[in-house]
Design a protein around this ligand. Sequence first.
Ligand code: DAH
Length: 348
Amino acid sequence: MDYIAECETLKNKALEQLETVADDITLAAFFAEFLAKKGSISSLMNHMREIAPTDKAAFGAAVNGARKIVDEAYQEKKAAIEAKKLDQKLAAEAIDITLPGRKEPIGKKNPYYEVIDEVTSIFLTMGYEVAEGRDVETDLFNFELLNVPKDHPSRDMQDTFYIEGDDDLLLRTQTSAAQAHAMLEKNPKGPIKLICPGKAYRRDDDDMTHSHQFAQIEGLVIDKNISMAHLKATLELFAKKMFGEKREIRLRSSYFPFTEPSVEVDVSCFNCGGKGCAMCKGTGWIEILGAGMVNPKVLKACGYDPDEWTGFAFGVGVERVAMLRYGIDDIRRFYANDIRFLEPFAGK
Ligand code: DAH
């Protein structure tokens, strides 16, 4: 038998069959049939024993030559199949740039922070510092130093959350505690001009207008010769910047233990301009904060000589201002965590 011719025939058969190979599976079958160790081309070598010694070299060369050619064609085919697979994958994963984009929701600022930031920036332009208060206070700073002794009736108005196991530690009921810190910690004693925005806590039953947790912005100014006129001018400027140029304020006599005299401050209604509407309950005025001249007893307790220094203080309820300004009907909305609450404030 002419094994060299057989070699040629097998090579041609393999190349012809390779033409029909189109995927990984038929490619693997092709390899097993022709090129593997036990494949038909390698198996040709089994005939070596039957070849005449003078023809052995030529036969070996013929087998190797055939294997080389088939193997090269196989490698080429393999690369072509890989390339085709990659093309298919790319086509399948192609991005259609004409599709409309998916809308990502944009975060909105809670009106509560809107008010805090706005009030803060108004007082910053008037040269105030921003003090950081602390939520957990001692009885001393929240009450005693502010002229609210243990048996004082105003403590009932501010039913307090005490920290369990400690009669002296509490969640502050008012940001006014920051006043005592500022005055006591000022060394040497000198002028103070600060605001302190922060949370306050009271054992209130939550309803539409009461919350166990709310925010206040405290203000404190201490200097020589500070008078009620400074307080009035400051609050008037604040009211105009916050609620509009046309706003006016009015002071009503009131009582707070840490101020003397004390006032409640109303701003002319920014809804009806003072004519009377539902928002101002027909009065034309809306109460926005409490204020007064720092009580000499407080100055003294905090290390300031009341004969030398005077000052004024005020406290703004953040949620109240936000509710009036944005027409929010229920204080609980600020912390209920319902994202729909924020929708109307987009872009404000
Ligand atoms: N701390 C008072 C409250 O929680 C608000 C307040 C009133 C603060 C008068 C002041 C002030 O600084 O002078 O109701």
